[in-house]
Design a protein around this ligand. Structure first.
Ligand code: SF4
Length: 188
Protein backbone atom coordinates (compact mmCIF):
# COMPACT_ATOMS: atom_id res chain seq x y z
CA UNK A 1 0.00 0.00 0.00
CA UNK A 2 2.84 2.38 0.90
CA UNK A 3 4.40 1.86 -2.55
CA UNK A 4 1.17 2.81 -4.29
CA UNK A 5 0.81 5.95 -2.17
CA UNK A 6 4.18 7.22 -3.38
CA UNK A 7 3.57 6.44 -7.04
CA UNK A 8 -0.05 7.27 -7.57
CA UNK A 9 0.26 10.98 -8.36
CA UNK A 10 2.89 10.23 -11.04
CA UNK A 11 0.99 7.46 -12.82
CA UNK A 12 0.09 7.84 -16.51
CA UNK A 13 -3.55 7.59 -17.60
CA UNK A 14 -4.90 4.79 -19.79
CA UNK A 15 -4.95 1.01 -19.59
CA UNK A 16 -1.98 0.68 -17.23
CA UNK A 17 -3.56 3.10 -14.74
CA UNK A 18 -6.87 1.21 -14.83
CA UNK A 19 -5.08 -2.03 -13.94
CA UNK A 20 -3.10 -0.38 -11.13
CA UNK A 21 -6.27 1.29 -9.85
CA UNK A 22 -8.04 -2.05 -9.61
CA UNK A 23 -5.13 -3.65 -7.79
CA UNK A 24 -4.65 -0.74 -5.38
CA UNK A 25 -8.41 -0.61 -4.70
CA UNK A 26 -8.49 -4.34 -3.96
CA UNK A 27 -5.60 -4.10 -1.51
CA UNK A 28 -6.85 -0.96 0.18
CA UNK A 29 -10.42 -2.08 0.70
CA UNK A 30 -9.30 -5.36 2.26
CA UNK A 31 -6.86 -3.80 4.70
CA UNK A 32 -8.87 -1.09 6.48
CA UNK A 33 -7.74 -0.43 10.03
CA UNK A 34 -10.13 1.74 12.08
CA UNK A 35 -8.86 4.13 14.75
CA UNK A 36 -10.00 3.31 18.30
CA UNK A 37 -12.10 6.37 18.86
CA UNK A 38 -15.60 6.94 20.23
CA UNK A 39 -17.42 10.09 21.27
CA UNK A 40 -20.86 9.24 22.66
CA UNK A 41 -23.64 6.63 22.77
CA UNK A 42 -23.06 5.52 19.14
CA UNK A 43 -19.63 4.30 20.26
CA UNK A 44 -21.34 1.61 22.37
CA UNK A 45 -22.87 0.18 19.18
CA UNK A 46 -19.48 0.37 17.48
CA UNK A 47 -17.95 -1.58 20.38
CA UNK A 48 -20.79 -4.11 20.17
CA UNK A 49 -20.03 -4.53 16.46
CA UNK A 50 -16.46 -5.48 17.37
CA UNK A 51 -17.45 -7.82 20.22
CA UNK A 52 -18.39 -11.53 20.16
CA UNK A 53 -22.02 -11.38 18.95
CA UNK A 54 -21.37 -9.38 15.76
CA UNK A 55 -17.64 -9.97 15.45
CA UNK A 56 -16.48 -7.52 12.78
CA UNK A 57 -13.20 -9.42 12.68
CA UNK A 58 -14.89 -12.21 10.72
CA UNK A 59 -14.92 -9.86 7.74
CA UNK A 60 -11.39 -8.60 8.32
CA UNK A 61 -12.83 -5.22 9.30
CA UNK A 62 -11.58 -4.66 12.78
CA UNK A 63 -7.97 -4.26 13.56
CA UNK A 64 -8.86 -1.29 15.78
CA UNK A 65 -5.62 0.61 16.34
CA UNK A 66 -4.81 2.68 19.40
CA UNK A 67 -2.52 4.95 17.39
CA UNK A 68 -3.87 7.10 14.52
CA UNK A 69 -0.53 6.55 12.75
CA UNK A 70 -1.56 2.92 12.20
CA UNK A 71 -5.18 3.61 11.22
CA UNK A 72 -6.78 4.64 7.93
CA UNK A 73 -10.48 4.57 8.84
CA UNK A 74 -12.09 7.03 11.24
CA UNK A 75 -15.52 6.01 12.51
CA UNK A 76 -16.94 9.17 14.09
CA UNK A 77 -19.25 7.47 16.58
CA UNK A 78 -21.28 10.09 18.41
CA UNK A 79 -21.86 13.81 18.62
CA UNK A 80 -18.87 16.12 18.22
CA UNK A 81 -18.75 19.01 20.67
CA UNK A 82 -17.01 22.22 19.69
CA UNK A 83 -14.44 21.46 22.38
CA UNK A 84 -13.65 18.06 20.79
CA UNK A 85 -13.60 19.34 17.20
CA UNK A 86 -9.88 20.30 17.16
CA UNK A 87 -9.02 16.93 18.74
CA UNK A 88 -10.98 15.04 16.07
CA UNK A 89 -9.22 17.05 13.38
CA UNK A 90 -5.80 16.40 14.90
CA UNK A 91 -6.41 12.65 15.07
CA UNK A 92 -7.60 12.72 11.45
CA UNK A 93 -4.49 14.64 10.38
CA UNK A 94 -2.26 12.10 12.16
CA UNK A 95 -3.83 9.10 10.40
CA UNK A 96 -2.05 7.40 7.53
CA UNK A 97 -3.05 8.48 4.01
CA UNK A 98 -5.08 7.56 2.06
CA UNK A 99 -7.79 7.60 4.75
CA UNK A 100 -11.56 7.41 4.93
CA UNK A 101 -14.29 8.52 7.30
CA UNK A 102 -17.68 7.16 8.34
CA UNK A 103 -20.02 9.59 10.14
CA UNK A 104 -21.84 7.11 12.37
CA UNK A 105 -25.32 8.17 13.48
CA UNK A 106 -27.49 11.26 13.22
CA UNK A 107 -25.32 13.36 15.55
CA UNK A 108 -22.04 12.83 13.69
CA UNK A 109 -23.79 13.29 10.34
CA UNK A 110 -25.81 16.41 11.11
CA UNK A 111 -25.76 17.31 14.82
CA UNK A 112 -28.87 15.16 15.29
CA UNK A 113 -31.23 16.37 18.00
CA UNK A 114 -28.50 18.61 19.44
CA UNK A 115 -29.24 21.70 17.41
CA UNK A 116 -27.38 24.01 19.78
CA UNK A 117 -24.23 26.11 20.21
CA UNK A 118 -22.19 23.32 21.83
CA UNK A 119 -22.38 20.68 19.09
CA UNK A 120 -20.81 20.70 15.62
CA UNK A 121 -23.71 20.40 13.17
CA UNK A 122 -22.17 17.56 11.18
CA UNK A 123 -18.59 16.35 11.34
CA UNK A 124 -18.15 17.22 7.66
CA UNK A 125 -17.61 20.78 8.88
CA UNK A 126 -14.19 19.68 10.16
CA UNK A 127 -13.15 16.56 8.19
CA UNK A 128 -14.16 15.03 4.83
CA UNK A 129 -16.80 12.27 5.15
CA UNK A 130 -17.10 9.28 2.80
CA UNK A 131 -20.17 7.54 4.25
CA UNK A 132 -23.06 8.98 6.27
CA UNK A 133 -24.74 6.33 8.39
CA UNK A 134 -28.25 7.27 9.61
CA UNK A 135 -29.83 6.17 12.89
CA UNK A 136 -29.87 7.05 16.58
CA UNK A 137 -27.98 4.90 17.22
CA UNK A 138 -27.36 2.78 14.11
CA UNK A 139 -27.31 -0.92 14.95
CA UNK A 140 -24.05 -2.91 14.59
CA UNK A 141 -25.43 -4.52 11.40
CA UNK A 142 -25.83 -1.05 9.93
CA UNK A 143 -22.22 -0.20 10.74
CA UNK A 144 -21.10 -3.41 9.06
CA UNK A 145 -23.20 -2.53 6.02
CA UNK A 146 -21.62 0.96 5.94
CA UNK A 147 -18.12 -0.56 6.03
CA UNK A 148 -19.05 -2.94 3.18
CA UNK A 149 -20.36 0.03 1.16
CA UNK A 150 -17.11 1.86 1.88
CA UNK A 151 -15.21 -1.21 0.60
CA UNK A 152 -17.11 -0.90 -2.70
CA UNK A 153 -16.31 2.81 -2.87
CA UNK A 154 -12.61 2.24 -2.18
CA UNK A 155 -12.47 -0.61 -4.70
CA UNK A 156 -13.60 1.82 -7.44
CA UNK A 157 -11.50 4.79 -6.35
CA UNK A 158 -9.43 6.54 -9.01
CA UNK A 159 -5.72 7.34 -8.86
CA UNK A 160 -3.27 9.76 -10.49
CA UNK A 161 -4.76 12.24 -13.02
CA UNK A 162 -8.24 10.68 -12.64
CA UNK A 163 -8.15 11.25 -8.90
CA UNK A 164 -7.06 14.90 -9.28
CA UNK A 165 -9.97 15.51 -11.67
CA UNK A 166 -12.47 13.98 -9.23
CA UNK A 167 -11.09 15.99 -6.27
CA UNK A 168 -11.50 19.22 -8.28
CA UNK A 169 -15.09 18.30 -9.19
CA UNK A 170 -15.96 17.46 -5.57
CA UNK A 171 -14.44 20.74 -4.34
CA UNK A 172 -16.33 22.74 -6.95
CA UNK A 173 -19.60 21.00 -5.96
CA UNK A 174 -18.93 21.69 -2.26
CA UNK A 175 -18.27 25.38 -2.92
CA UNK A 176 -21.48 25.64 -4.97
CA UNK A 177 -23.61 23.80 -2.36
CA UNK A 178 -26.21 25.61 -0.26
CA UNK A 179 -24.99 26.31 3.31
CA UNK A 180 -26.46 23.85 5.80
CA UNK A 181 -28.08 26.66 7.84
CA UNK A 182 -30.18 27.51 4.78
CA UNK A 183 -31.39 23.94 4.25
CA UNK A 184 -34.98 23.37 5.35
CA UNK A 185 -35.23 19.59 4.77
CA UNK A 186 -38.80 18.29 4.81
CA UNK A 187 -40.07 21.67 6.05
CA UNK A 188 -39.17 23.45 2.77
S1 SF4 B 1 -27.06 9.55 17.11
FE1 SF4 B 1 -28.19 8.99 18.99
S2 SF4 B 1 -27.02 7.30 19.83
FE2 SF4 B 1 -25.65 8.36 18.38
S3 SF4 B 1 -24.51 9.87 19.59
FE3 SF4 B 1 -26.35 10.87 18.80
S4 SF4 B 1 -27.86 10.68 20.46
FE4 SF4 B 1 -26.25 9.17 20.84
Amino acid sequence: MGLVVGLEEKLPSGFLLTTVEKLAGYMRKNSLWPATFGLACCAIEMMAAGAGRYDLARFGMEVFRASPRQADLMIVAGRVSNKMAPVVRQIYDQMAAPKWTIAMGACASSGGMFNNYAIVQGVDHIIPVDIYLPGCPPRPEMLMDAILKLHEQIGNEKLGPNREKIIKEVEAAALAAKPTNQLKGLLA
